[in-house]
Design a protein around this ligand. Structure first.
Ligand code: GAF
Length: 380
């Protein structure tokens, strides 16, 4: 059944009648990993996989919400001590609270939601959920007075204050601002951004999901961020955006080897984003691909956010002559993103499935990337 029909049918049987339908998207990132919280550049796009919700004000001060995919129901008030226990419901509670904290309005509502963003695959299902509700509550209760950047920040603050992930702004930004067939280069220091048409003629972007669950809460993700902040502090700068290799070398003996390699990766990665954007405009996919492999190596060896399965998928990509391949997103599991010449695609996927299955007893999941719109109203 289509996502929308599933949601409207469930809403009607649970709450009676109908509300308004909203959606927001998961994301990919072509390059620029772990640069967002360092004030650097990222290059994401929204994808055709979404979280969709039907929502209607209920005239009370209670939120009543049902998750079709988790098959769980939660009911909570809108005050700080009303926080629900279920982690999925905390995303929605957090969005409500963050809007209220900013002086916005949220009243009680009924909601049913479901999605097709694979969970734990590094495609930002949580940002899609936050952005869907932030967009909806802005439309329903605030006459769309909250600007889109603030909607993204509401999602990010939800992660920080209610979900234990000290994330950057990339995922929520991509989910809110996504535009069909366009990637977005965001400068995470100035928050200026530019849409880049993504027309890789002759190539396909494909994700291979290792099915190793990527879970950022309480993960070493927050520790990576802390390492970067320590080095920035040692350099007397706000973020590593303002650091270069020479500066890093000058403090090498004062910082731990671990912090040194984390910062080295970030300094290299922020340059790669600019190189990739220029190369993309020129249609120079070899450079795009080379940078993707360099990012993988950096994430695996210096930033240490890979795992055996992701490294294996990357090795297979190299063997198959794939133009570019790397871990995508926070790491610790999830997907590789692969830029593949169309004629090599069937062979690459068949080889990856066969070899991965022989080693780990299951095939990777395969998702073709379709760059799509971000947060939106689907139907009144
Ligand atoms: C996760 C975070 F949520 C993002 O903010 C970003 O840091 C990413 O990991 C790594 O680039 O998706």
């Amino acid at each position: 059944m289509e996502l929308k029909e599933k949601i409207t049918g469930t809403f009607e049987s649970r709450f009676g009648g109908h509300g308004t339908i909203y959606a927001s998207a998961g994301r990919i990132n072509l390059i620029g990993e772990h640069t967002d919280y360092n004030g650097g550049f990222v290059f994401p796009g929204a994808i055709d996989k979404v979280i969709m919700a039907e929502i209607r004000a209920n005239g009370t001060d209670k939120v009543r919400v049902y998750s079709i995919d988790i098959d769980d129901y939660a009911e909570f008030g809108l005050n700080e001590d009303d926080a629900p226990k279920a982690s999925w419901a905390r995303y929605i509670f957090g969005v409500c609270r963050e809007i209220l904290k900013r002086g916005g309005k949220v009243e009680g509502f009924d909601a049913v939601f479901a999605g097709n963003v694979p969970l734990g695959a590094g495609l930002s299902s949580s940002a899609a959920l936050e952005s869907c509700f932030a967009f909806a509550l802005n439309d329903m209760f605030n006459g769309n007075a909250i600007d889109k950047f603030e909607l993204a920040r509401i999602g990010q603050s939800t992660e920080h204050n209610y979900c234990g992930v000290n994330c950057g702004i990339m995922d929520q930004f991509a989910s809110v601002f996504g535009k069909k067939n366009h990637l977005m280069r965001l400068d995470c220091r100035s928050m200026e951004f530019e849409y880049f048409p993504f027309e890789a003629e002759g190539y396909t972007l494909v994700l291979l999901d290792s099915v190793v669950k990527h879970e950022l809460a309480d993960s070493p993700y927050n520790k990576r961020r802390a390492s970067c902040e320590r080095v920035a502090k040692r350099l007397n700068i706000e973020t590593l955006r303002d650091a270069d290799k020479a500066m890093l070398e000058s403090v090498k003996s004062d910082i731990t080897a671990e912090d040194y390699f984390r910062a080295k990766f970030v300094i290299e990665e922020k340059e790669r984003v600019l190189t990739v954007c220029d190369a993309l405009v020129k249609g120079d996919f070899d450079t795009v691909g080379r940078c993707m492999y360099e990012t993988h190596d950096g994430l695996s060896k210096d930033y240490e956010v890979s795992c055996e399965e992701l490294d294996y998928l990357n090795d297979i990509a190299r063997e198959c002559g794939v133009t570019g391949s790397r871990i995508m997103g926070g790491g610790f599991g999830g997907c590789t993103i692969n830029l593949v010449k169309n004629e090599l695609l069937p062979g690459f996927i068949a080889t990856a499935k066969e070899k991965f299955n022989a080693k780990y007893g299951h095939e990777p999941k395969v998702y073709e990337v379709i760059i799509s719109d971000g947060a939106r109203k689907v139907e009144e």
